[in-house]
Design a binder for this molecule. Structure first.
Ligand SMILES: Cc1ncc(C[n+]2csc(CCOP(=O)(O)OP(=O)(O)O)c2C)c(N)n1
Ligand SMILES: [Mg+2]
Length: 462
């Protein structure tokens, strides 16, 4: 069992075979999904025994997304997980004992008992950024990680995840725009699990496909069945390859279902039963087991061996965590500040074009040929241009060359055009946009346009 040997060495992301998965890799995907599920089931039991410090956020039914996406990354790549992405940590190389100890705030945990849930990372070896928020703030951070990798000449890809709810935050949009305009090598996986706490998707965004959010930023996106691990892996692999050659960022919408409440305290009685049944019939692990059997990639004996191995590993690591002590109170003041963990060595001798973002994907259009000249609203006069609102109403698009065969750009703007004097042909309104009271040249222009008497009066006042 070559694949399982590699698993035991924690090198899930070590080798990929030109986009096609070997038998060992197929089995490894099963191993990670099942490990993810069994580990979380144990966390739930520990929570009920009051042994968890903080919450447990189940990813039941979403394991294919965590495992399939992170499996497409290489060792050098970076990721930042959300609360439901324990699977990504396992694939990247963290051990179940790290997850157990962290959730139980034991001194042996990656944060030495100072933090809980998936709030931990490893900047040195595994390249995992510790989560700072589940609601979008990791997007600008990981865009920055990808950009930093480019400046350092590393050819890395950064990956992070966001929920359907998180995709409605300002941080999501700011972060994605930053990534888009900088062409950051960032793969953003939008896990549409139909719920943001008790809010269904339709109540928070009027979109059928959340992948459409990519359109606003001119980046590529794909929609994938989040309960099909092979489809998820292949989509992520495409996205990672695109990013690596400078064609990022990429948004992937993985459609799935949150099969439990937001966390252990939430019985999720607001979720319709038929919705749960629909998705239960599409459980990603059960589906993948069937796929492996039908493709002749395993038999009952192989499955039993992998399951037994998971059981043994979890028994051992859970025991280790339960027997570990809580941290010494004095340790609270240690490791608060950075102690040399951010050493960055850049190779600045590389040519400038290698450290700059690739050229923008779209050309900026600053001429608005199909918009036409300004019209001043009724009641306004031309003698006080500075008193006019800074609004240019569009001329009907069908009258102009550029938009001749097209409907008006904005029917609302055309329909809402107030009746008024048509100034087409006259010089455009003088709009002091972006010029403040301290702009002397604007002040001078104003004075020149005013009657001489007023100018004299102004000068006296000064
Ligand atoms: C500013 C802020 N508000 C609220 C929360 C609590 N909270 C964390 S995740 C979440 C829901 C997110 O929903 P979604 O993005 O769809 O992710 P999912 O939980 O479905 O994985 C909420 C309300 C928070 N962490 N931070
Ligand atoms: Mg959600």
């Amino acid at each position: 069992m070559m694949g399982l040997d590699r698993v035991s060495m924690g090198k899930g992301t070590a080798q990929r075979m030109n986009g096609t998965l070997s038998r060992e890799q197929h089995l490894e995907l099963y191993y990670f999904m099942q490990l993810n599920r069994q580990l979380e089931e144990r966390l739930v039991r520990l929570f009920r025994q009051n042994k968890i410090v903080g919450g447990v956020y189940s990813s039941l039914g979403q394991e294919a997304i965590s495992v399939g996406t992170s499996y497409a990354l290489e060792q050098r790549d970076w990721l930042a997980p959300m609360i439901r992405n324990i699977g990504t940590l396992l694939v990247k190389g963290f051990k179940p004992r790290d997850i157990f100890t962290q959730h139980m705030a034991k001194v042996t945990s990656p944060t030495h008992g100072k933090d809980g849930t998936s709030h931990f990372g490893d900047l040195k070896t595994l390249h995992v950024v510790s989560p700072i928020s589940m609601l979008g703030d990791l997007i600008p951070v990981m865009a920055g990680v990808g950009m930093a990798g480019r400046y350092l000449g590393q050819q890395i890809v950064a990956m992070t995840w966001i929920g359907d709810g998180g995709s409605s935050t300002g941080a999501f949009h700011e972060g994605l725009n930053l990534a888009a305009v900088q062409r950051a090598p960032l793969v953003l996986v939008l896990e549409n699990n139909q719920w943001a706490y008790s809010t269904p998707v339709a109540r928070q965004v009027p979109l059928k496909d959340l992948a459409d959010r990519a359109l606003a930023y001119g980046i590529k996106s794909r929609i994938v069945d989040g309960n099909d691990v092979i489809a998820v892996y292949e989509t992520a692999r495409w996205a990672v390859d695109e990013c690596r050659v400078g064609r990022g960022p990429i948004l992937i919408e993985a459609k799935t279902m949150r099969m439990k409440g937001h966390a252990q305290h939430d019985p999720a009685e607001y979720v319709p039963k038929d919705m749960l049944e629909y998705w239960k019939a599409r459980d990603p692990i059960a589906r993948y087991e069937k796929y492996l059997t039908n493709s002749g990639l395993w038999d009952a004996k192989t499955k039993a061996e992998i399951d037994a191995r998971i059981e043994r590993q979890l028994d051992e690591d859970q025991k280790f965590a339960e027997e570990s002590p809580l941290p010494d109170p004095q340790s609270a003041e240690q490791g608060v500040y950075c102690e040399g963990c951010h050493e960055i060595e850049a190779d600045w001798r590389r040519p400038k074009e290698q450290v700059m973002p690739p050229a923008a994907s779209v050309e900026a259009v600053w001429k608005v040929a199909d918009f036409g000249a300004a019209t001043i609203p009724t009641g306004a006069t031309q003698s006080k241009p500075e008193a006019q609102p800074a609004v240019h109403y569009p001329k009907h698009a069908h009258q102009t060359g550029h938009g001749a065969s097209q409907p008006p750009r904005s029917t609302e703007a055309s329909a809402g055009k107030p009746a008024g004097e048509d100034l087409s042909g006259a010089p455009p309104l003088r709009v002091p946009f972006g010029r403040g009271p301290k702009d002397r040249s604007f002040e001078r222009e104003k004075q020149q346009n005013q009657p001489a008497k007023q100018n004299r009066h102004r000068r006296r006042r000064r």
